[in-house]
Design a protein around this ligand. Structure first.
Ligand SMILES: Cc1cc2nc3c(=O)[nH]c(=O)nc-3n(C[C@H](O)[C@H](O)[C@H](O)COP(=O)(O)OP(=O)(O)OC[C@H]3O[C@@H](n4cnc5c(N)ncnc54)[C@H](O)[C@@H]3O)c2cc1C
Length: 462
C-alpha cells in the first residue's frame, strides 16, 4: 500500500470516528507515541507515563537490543567536565532521576537498585598539563571530589602511576560516577513504563509519519512485513542514528544537522596465564586504572576512552577501548553494525591499552593482550557535539509543539539520558523548571538552538 492510499484510508477512518486497521489488527488513537526504545526514547516514555500520559513506545528491534547507540553494558558516567558545567548538571540530574525510577520500582515490589545501573568507581582523566588550571576550576565549581597529580613524582607518590612529562592525572571520586549500564537502565525503564500503564511494542518499525490536522498518522511495519497504523496527538522521535531517514519529510533538515558515524570498540583481556601471574598490587592498579578518558597524547589519534565491560570468573576484566576521534563515515546504516575491525583498529586498541597499563605498573606486554570481541557501533553527531532535544521546526518556521525530537546524542548522551527524557516530557507538556542548570540545558539543546541551526542551514543553501 502506498503512503498516499494509507493517508486516504486513515483520514476516512479518522473522520468516521473509528480508525481502521491497515491490514488485520484493530488500531488505537494514542496520546503520545514515542519512536525508539534506546536510552532516550525509553527515558522520555517513562517520564511521560509518570506524568499520567497514555504512552506507546515503538521499537523496531525485537526484545534483544542489538543495534543502537545504547548497545553495551557500560558507558562512562561522570560529574566533572572540563568544558561546560552543563554536562555536570545533565549527569547529576540523571542520577537523581534514576533514583526516582528505582524508588518507584522498589515500591511496586520490584528488585531494583542504583547499583544495577551505576557502578561507582574513581574516574581517571589524563590530559596535557596546560588543561590543569581549567580542570581544577571546573572540579571546584562542579563540586567534584578529586585528587590531582601534576608531575611524574606526584603521579608515582599518589597513584603509583608513571606519568609522562607534561601530563596530569585527575581522579574523580563522586558517588555514582564511574560507569552506567545502558542495558540495565533500559530494562528498568521498560518495566516502569508498563507498570504505569504504558505500552511497548517491539518489532514495530515506523516507516512513515504524516501530519493530519491536530493528529499524526504513524505507519509501522514488523519484520514479517505486516503493516499497521496508529494515530497520535503528540510524538517523541528518539530514533538515534535513524533520525534523518525517519524525519526526511517532516523535518528534512535533521538529515543535515546530524551525521551518523561509525565508532569501533575493541574488547581486550590479559591472557589467563599472564593474569594469573599478576600480584595483588598489579591487580589493584589494574582496577584503579579504569574507567579512563585519556587525552594525554595531545593528539586526536592518541586519545581514547576505556573501561571494564565485564569480568570473567577469575576476576580477569574485559577491557573495552574506543576513541571518539577514531570515528568514520558510514556507507550503509543497516550493515555497519556487522563491520569487523580493521587490522589497524585492532593494533591501535592493543598498543594504547598496553602503554596505559604499563604506565600504571601492570607488567604486561602488548602480546599479553588478547582481542576477545569487537563491535562497530554508531552514534549521530551534531557539528558542536551538543545533542538536540527540541520541538520540531515546522515547514513554516514555527514551533511544532506536539512533536519533540531527541537526536544527535553524539558520544556524550548516556550519562544525561534521564535528564533528556525529563526535558522531552516537559517540552511536550509546555512545562518548564526554574533550576538554572535545567534552563541552561534547555537553551543548549532546545528550540532556540535548533531554530538557529535550521536558519543557518537555509542561509548556507541560498
Ligand atoms: C561507542 C560509544 C561509546 C559511547 N560512550 C559514551 C560514554 O562513555 N558516556 C556517555 O555518556 N555516552 C556515551 N555514548 C553515547 C550514548 O551511548 C548515546 O548517546 C546514547 O546511547 C544514544 O541513545 P539513543 O536512544 O539516542 O539512540 P539509540 O540507542 O540508537 O536508540 C534509538 C532506537 O530507535 C530505534 N529505531 C530507529 N529507527 C526506528 C524506527 N523507524 N521505528 C522504530 N524504532 C526505531 C532503534 O532500533 C534504537 O533502539 C557512547 C556511544 C557510543 C556509540
Amino acid at each position: 500500500m502506498t503512503i498516499f492510499s494509507l493517508v486516504l484510508t486513515s483520514i476516512f477512518a479518522f473522520f468516521s470516528g473509528q480508525l481502521q486497521a491497515w491490514d488485520t489488527t484493530a488500531e488505537k488513537d494514542y496520546t503520545v507515541v514515542v519512536i525508539g526504545g534506546g536510552l532516550m526514547g525509553s527515558a522520555a516514555a517513562w517520564q511521560l507515563a509518570r506524568d499520567g500520559k497514555e504512552v506507546i513506545l515503538l521499537e523496531k528491534q525485537d526484545r534483544e537490543y542489538s543495534q543502537g547507540s545504547s548497545k553495551g553494558l557500560t558507558r562512562i558516567a561522570r560529574s566533572n567536565n572540563l568544558g561546560r558545567d552543563l554536562w555536570s548538571y545533565l549527569h547529576n540530574r540523571s542520577v537523581h532521576e534514576t533514583a526516582t525510577l528505582v524508588n518507584y520500582l522498589g515500591n511496586q515490589g520490584y528488585d531494583a537498585s542504583m547499583s544495577a545501573v551505576y557502578q561507582t568507581t574513581p574516574v581517571n582523566y589524563m590530559r596535557p598539563l596546560k588543561a590543569a588550571d581549567a580542570i581544577i576550576a571546573s572540579s571546584e565549581r562542579q563540586k567534584v571530589d578529586y585528587k590531582l597529580a601534576l608531575t611524574p613524582e606526584e603521579g608515582m607518590e599518589m597513584f603509583g602511576v608513571q606519568l609522562p612529562e607534561g601530563v596530569f592525572l585527575h581522579r574523580e571520586f563522586n558517588e555514582h560516577s564511574g560507569t552506567l549500564n545502558p542495558e540495565a537502565l533500559i530494562s528498568l525503564l521498560h518495566k516502569a513504563i508498563k507498570l504505569k500503564g504504558g505500552t511497548i511494542v517491539y518489532n514495530a518499525s515506523v516507516s512513515d509519519i504524516q501530519r493530519q490536522g491536530n493528529h499524526y498518522l504513524i505507519a509501522t511495519k514488523d519484520s514479517q512485513g505486516s503493516e499497521r497504523t496508529l494515530t497520535a496527538s503528540q510524538i517523541v522521535s528518539a530514533a538515534g542514528p535513524y533520525t534523518g531517514p525517519l524525519l526526511s519529510e517532516l523535518a528534512p533538515y535533521m538529515d543535515k544537522l546530524i551525521t551518523p558515524k561509525r565508532v569501533f570498540l575493541a574488547f581486550l583481556q590479559i591472557s589467563p596465564a599472564k593474569y594469573h601471574q599478576l600480584d595483588d598490587h598489579a591487580r589493584s592498579q589494574l582496577r584503579r586504572a579504569y574507567p579512563v578518558i585519556n587525552s594525554s597524547a595531545g593528539t586526536r589519534e592518541g586519545s581514547f576512552y576505556s573501561m571494564f565491560e565485564s569480568s570473567d570468573a577469575n576476576g580477569n576484566p574485559v577491557i573495552k577501548i574506543g576513541g571518539h576521534f577514531q570515528r568514520s563515515d558510514i556507507n550503509n546504516l543497516d550493515d555497519v553494525w556487522h563491520q569487523a575491525l580493521s587490522e589497524e583498529e585492532m593494533r591501535w586498541s592493543i598498543e594504547n591499552t598496553g602503554r596505559y597499563l604499563r604506565m600504571h605498573g601492570v607488567p604486561v606486554n602488548d602480546e599479553d593482550l588478547q582481542l576477545v570481541g569487537d563491535v562497530s557501533c554508531v552514534y549521530s553527531l551534531t557539528s558542536t557535539e551538543v545533542p538536540i532535544v527540541s520541538q520540531l521546526v515546522a515547514p513554516s518556521g514555527e514551533m511544532d509543539s506536539n512533536f519533540v525530537v531527541m537526536a544527535g546524542m553524539s558520544g556524550v548522551g548516556a550519562k544525561g539520558a534521564m535528564t533528556y527524557g525529563r526535558i522531552a516530557a516537559n517540552l511536550l507538556q509546555g512545562k518548564s523548571e526554574s533550576d538554572p542548570g535545567y534552563l541552561e540545558a534547555v537553551e543548549a539543546v532546545g528550540f532556540t538552538r535548533l531554530k538557529e541551526d535550521v536558519d543557518q542551514l537555509v542561509s548556507l543553501e541560498k
